[in-house]
Design a protein around this ligand. Structure first.
Ligand SMILES: Nc1nc2c(c(=O)[nH]1)N[C@H]1C(S)=C(S)[C@@H](COP(=O)(O)O)O[C@H]1N2
Ligand SMILES: [Mo]
Length: 537
């Protein structure tokens, strides 16, 4: 029987490569539990890719996959790793050492990715290097078994080119050594695969068991706020399809560069306030909370929000004014910026005055809508600054406030095509009727939200087709830092209609009509949506 012989086959060498790669991943996962939580090669390489991909690709990923952009990236990397592994297996059987070279290269890439992550310890190189050694070892072992299998098929002496290149008809060499050699290959492959699965599962179990931050958060009891936000009943119009005035945590948009949500234990969390200050300071979580907590309603907006988009949300945050915290360290007069840093290396550049001006409620938040911050929204402490896009202000998993200058320091997004300073461009959005839906003729509420953080919305107007602008009814605003709901009752006539919406802020400025892309400092334009009105009755 030659149908299951390895000769001329690609399958078994490729499979050897894949099993070896599984050993690579499993061993590095397992060791990462001990030496460096963030240092599994796949995650580190993924994060590296996130940091280096050009802006248009990142924008495409966010718009095409939305919240699924991270799983898609990791899945894509896994597929790429699988292909490379298979190729390494095939190369190794063709020429001893070639496949090992591929594993060595992968080890170098993974180690570099791990070491360039922020917050990695001195031993972070161990998981990828040990994984690489394990993977290469398994590959060599499996390839030698494949050679043995080929040899016993009577291909003559195994050479480096043996199984794949051999094309003679099999000799009548006895079947026994051949099947023994074959069994030997499958035995090693099975042991390696089972070992990899066990090691990987073991790592996952240990991780789940020790990743208790979710439980720590559940158990965390924050003191009652000294003052609460009163959400007026008239702030909520209660129209079906209209965004609730307070966005529930589960529905709040999420944007960040973190492939795995950082786990930060409040009991060991430290915030350092350094740079251009008279006195460097360090605060623990209890110190921060002891400064006294108040509630603040603030609408957060992402610079990546297109006109009409949903990367905007409103929450009641619980926190401490940043100015009170900065005051402890006494910033020098020469400073004009605070570079806030996350445990995962993300940074944001915020004008110092946006944090210290008395009229502005820039806060270090520990709570969101009556709960401790959700893990993916920055637990245990994040910044929230009214009036600035998130990427220049809303650092999650905060660990450092570095008082500095725009001339001396730049933030994560600055060399990646976004402005160092980015006040929110005020905007308005239609929530209902939804774009492309149809509604029955008659009374139809056109409703949405509008925001102009720190200033407030004065007026929202809607135009149907090319008609006159009609003033919408505004709900009561919670404050000038939050969005406000609006509604216009419309006598909808059958046919298709264009709806256009625009806002005016309390400084008397009209929303910018000219469309602008999200880069470098936020989109502009008036949202225009198409609605079909059906003649039902
Ligand atoms: N650590 C960290 N903080 C971050 C980011 C990030 O990538 N990493 N992204 C910022 C951006 S671009 C925005 S719009 C807000 C989004 O906050 P959310 O995910 O809680 O809605 O977080 C900001 N804070
Ligand atoms: Mo953002």
């Amino acid at each position: 029987m030659s149908t299951d012989a390895p000769s001329g086959r690609i399958i078994w060498p490729a499979a050897s490569g894949v099993v070896a790669a599984a050993a690579f991943l499993a061993v590095s996962e397992l060791l990462a539990v001990l030496f460096a939580r963030a240092s599994t090669p796949l995650l580190a390489v993924g994060s590296f890719v996130v940091d280096v991909v050009p802006r248009p690709i990142k924008e495409f990923a966010i718009s095409a996959f939305g919240e699924a952009d991270k799983p898609v990236l990791l899945g894509g990397l896994a597929v790429a790793a699988l292909v490379v592994a298979a190729v390494a297996g095939i190369l190794e059987i063709r020429r001893r050492g070639l496949g090992v070279l591929v594993f060595a290269a992968a080890t170098v890439v993974a180690t570099a990715a791990v070491l360039t992550r922020s917050g990695t310890g001195a031993l972070a190189w161990i998981p990828p290097v040990a994984g690489g050694v394990a993977g290469a070892g398994v590959l060599v072992l499996l390839t030698s078994r494949l050679r043995g299998w080929a040899r016993h098929e009577g291909r003559g002496p195994a050479t480096d080119a043996a199984p794949a290149a051999a094309s003679d008809r099999p000799s009548i060499a006895s079947d026994a050594p051949q099947s023994m050699a074959r069994r030997s290959f499958f035995r090693v492959a099975a042991i390696a695969s089972v070992g990899a699965v066990l090691a990987g599962a073991g790592a996952a179990v240990v991780r789940a068991g020790t990743s208790t931050i979710g439980a720590v958060r559940e158990a965390l009891l924050l003191p009652s706020p000294r003052s609460r936000v009163a959400v007026p009943a008239a702030a909520e119009l209660g129209i079906p399809g209209l965004s609730p005035v307070i966005t529930p945590n589960a529905d709040f948009y999420r944007v960040d560069t973190a492939l795995s949500v950082p786990t930060v234990d409040p009991s060991t969390w430290r915030l350092s306030i350094d740079g251009l200050v008279e006195e460097r300071m360090e605060l623990g979580f209890d110190d921060l909370v002891a400064m006294g907590l108040d509630e603040y309603a603030i609408t957060l907006t992402c610079v990546s929000n297109e006109v009409g988009g949903d990367l905007v949300g409103n929450a009641v945050w619980l926190g401490v004014p940043v100015r009170d915290v900065l005051r402890l360290a006494r910033p020098r007069a020469s400073a004009d910026m605070v570079l806030s840093r996350s445990v995962d290396g993300f940074t944001a550049s915020t004008p110092l005055s946006s944090l210290t001006d008395d009229g502005l409620d820039a806060i270090l938040a520990v709570g969101m809508n009556g709960e401790p911050l959700p893990l993916e929204h920055g637990f245990p402490v994040r910044m929230v600054v009214p009036g600035l896009y998130g990427y220049v202000s809303a650092t999650k998993w905060l660990t450092e406030l570095r008082v500095t200058t725009f001339a001396d320091d730049e933030a994560y997004w600055t060399p990646r095509g976004y402005s160092a300073r980015a006040p929110i461009k005020f905007s308005s959005r239609v929530d209902t009727p939804k774009l492309g839906t149809s509604v029955p003729a008659g009374r139809v509420p056109i409703a949405g939200v509008a925001w102009a953080q720190t200033v407030g919305i004065e007026r929202v107007e809607v135009r149907i087709d090319d008609g006159a602008w009609q003033e919408a009814r505004l709900a009561e605003a919670i404050n000038a830092d939050t969005w406000v709901q609006w509604v216009l009752e419309w006598d909808a006539e059958p046919g298709t209609h264009y709806l256009t919406v625009r806002a005016t802020d309390r400084a008397g400025r009209l929303q910018i009509e000219e469309p602008a892309a999200i880069a470098p400092d936020g989109s502009t334009g008036w949202q225009r949506t198409l609605v079909t009105v059906t003649d039902d009755d």
